[in-house]
Write a protein that binds this ligand. Structure first.
Ligand SMILES: N#[N+]C[C@@H]1[C@@H](O)[C@H](O)[C@@H](O)[C@@H]2O[C@H]12
Length: 465
């Protein structure tokens, strides 16, 4: 089953708020994870070091010095995890492949034992009737490539395309939907601009070079995947609706958060206003003739990760937010909505706004929500996690997605982040996003109430009144 097949049938009358909503027939319900966040086995079967192995070992970078060395031990427990997904009725599973497991140095020799793991995983998924959706890059860049410049170097984009071809060569017969990158905004602006993610660099000019080479890697990989016969190719972007009273401030942040990725991928051009604003930090000389044609090659599906909206306002003297280069005088403000354990506003309507905006401004590409979910301070008591807030969060966001479909968005599926609690990057294991609770000491998995609730949503293909 491909994930961007047309969904058939109309949708029920939109009954906002609390009524029953039924999604189109063929709508795909899934869960999502990422290699470094769940696999563990960091030094097993030939896996090479990634930038997150290095970063998490750098004092002060990750909460309590947590690392992904063991994580959820999914590398060894994948059969039980897949069986658990099947029990929850999950129809599709979004996971990422660890580039350093497949090419330990990021180029050259392929590690067959790394490919063997994904072979086993994909066969297990198919054995349970679960459709795989793969992300080729979810932030675990081989350290050897970072040592040669990482995403600031054009070479990394070229190596990424080679890695994509290797992965497809082994698994292309069993994976229909291939997404190249997860959230290049995080890889570039958090990793090279603000330094709060691996590799921990704080150079805005490097961040813009990373933006370009990540996107170039995407385009070169799409070409490789197409040549190899991939059925569906795409990319996942973390996007947010930007609100505020000052149009210039909104445009600035919308440009850096959304349009710097959407425009090249879906229009084959960088937004002119972003290019001009960024000239303080870069001369864009890393962009070569033909690059934008490569980056803008057609894709079959756009993955959208949505968590929370962004609100900005002018504030005299406000220093730049290092995550958003050139944002002096722009304050990021929080509304009085409920907050998650990450401190993010809970605003389901932001998802409707985002999906309808993308559909309006970038028509013609089917959408999949590749991540949406929330961290809350879950408590396991007597073998149960009564995570009502997560149920309410998901209920609201599912309804918001349904409203977007009713407004014309071509939304094909929804992957809840995350299948299970996992390594939450700089937050380590302190933040729990999972539908399934993980006791890291015992590795015991306990489906939370939200998982059992989600099973019913999937069974109904919608929500009860
Ligand atoms: N933070 N947070 C949760 C979640 C993260 O765990 C994923 O790896 C990212 O793709 C995206 O940031 C979202």
């Amino acid at each position: 089953m491909t994930l961007s097949m047309g969904v058939s049938g109309g949708i029920s009358e939109e009954t906002a708020g609390t009524g029953e909503v039924i999604f189109p027939e063929g709508f795909v319900w899934g869960t999502a994870t990422a290699s470094y966040q769940i696999e563990g086995a960091a030094n097993e079967d030939g896996r090479g070091p990634s930038i997150w192995d290095t970063f998490s070992r750098t004092p002060g970078k990750v909460f309590a010095g947590h690392t992904g060395d063991v994580a959820c031990d999914h590398y060894h427990r994948y059969r039980d995890d897949v069986a658990m997904m099947a029990d929850l009725g999950v129809q599709a599973y979004r996971f990422s492949m660890a580039w350093p497991r497949i090419q330990p140095d990021g180029s050259g020799p392929v590690n067959p034992r790394g490919l063997d793991f994904y072979d086993r995983l994909v066969d297990e998924l198919h054995g349970h009737g679960i459709t795989p959706l793969v992300t080729l890059y979810h932030w675990d860049l081989p350290q050897a490539l970072e040592d040669r410049g990482g995403w600031t170097s054009r070479e990394t984009a070229e190596r990424f395309a080679e890695y994509a071809a290797v992965a497809y060569g082994r698994l292309g017969d069993r994976i229909a939907t291939w997404t190249t990158l997860n959230e290049p905004w995080c890889s570039s602006f958090l990793g090279y601009g603000a330094g709060v993610h691996a590799p921990g660099r704080t150079d805005p000019g490097a961040a813009f070079a990373a933006v370009h080479h990540l996107l170039l890697g995407h385009g070169l990989a799409v070409a490789e995947l197409r040549a190899a016969g991939a059925a569906q190719v795409g990319i996942t972007l973390n996007l947010a609706p930007i609100s505020g009273d000052d149009p210039e401030a909104v445009a600035h942040i919308d440009g850096l958060q959304n349009r710097i990725f959407l425009d090249p991928v879906l229009r084959g051009e960088y937004p002119a206003d972003v290019v001009e604003r960024a000239r303080r930090f870069t001369d864009w000389s890393f962009v070569r003739d033909g690059d934008l044609d490569i980056i803008g090659a057609p894709i079959d599906v756009l993955g959208v990760n949505y968590y929370s909206p962004t609100a900005v306002r002018l504030r005299a003297g406000q220093p730049a937010n290092p995550v958003h280069p050139g944002s002096e005088g722009i304050a990021f403000v929080q509304g009085d909505e409920e907050k998650t354990a990450m401190g993010w506003s809970v605003k389901p309507s932001g998802l409707t706004e985002l999906l309808t905006r993308v559909s309006r401004d970038y028509p013609g590409t089917p959408l999949i929500i590749t991540e949406n979910g929330a961290a809350f301070d879950d408590v396991l008591a007597d073998g149960r996690v009564a995570d009502e807030r997560r149920i309410a969060f998901l209920d609201g966001h599912f309804r918001a997605a349904h409203a977007a479909i009713a407004a014309g968005a071509d939304l094909r599926g929804y992957f809840v982040w995350s299948l299970m609690d996992n390594f939450e990057w700089a937050e380590g294991y302190a933040k729990r996003f999972g539908l399934v609770h993980v006791d890291y000491a015992s590795q015991r998995r306990t489906p939370k109430d939200s998982a059992l609730w989600y099973r019913e949503v999937i069974r109904r293909n919608g929500l009860q009144a």
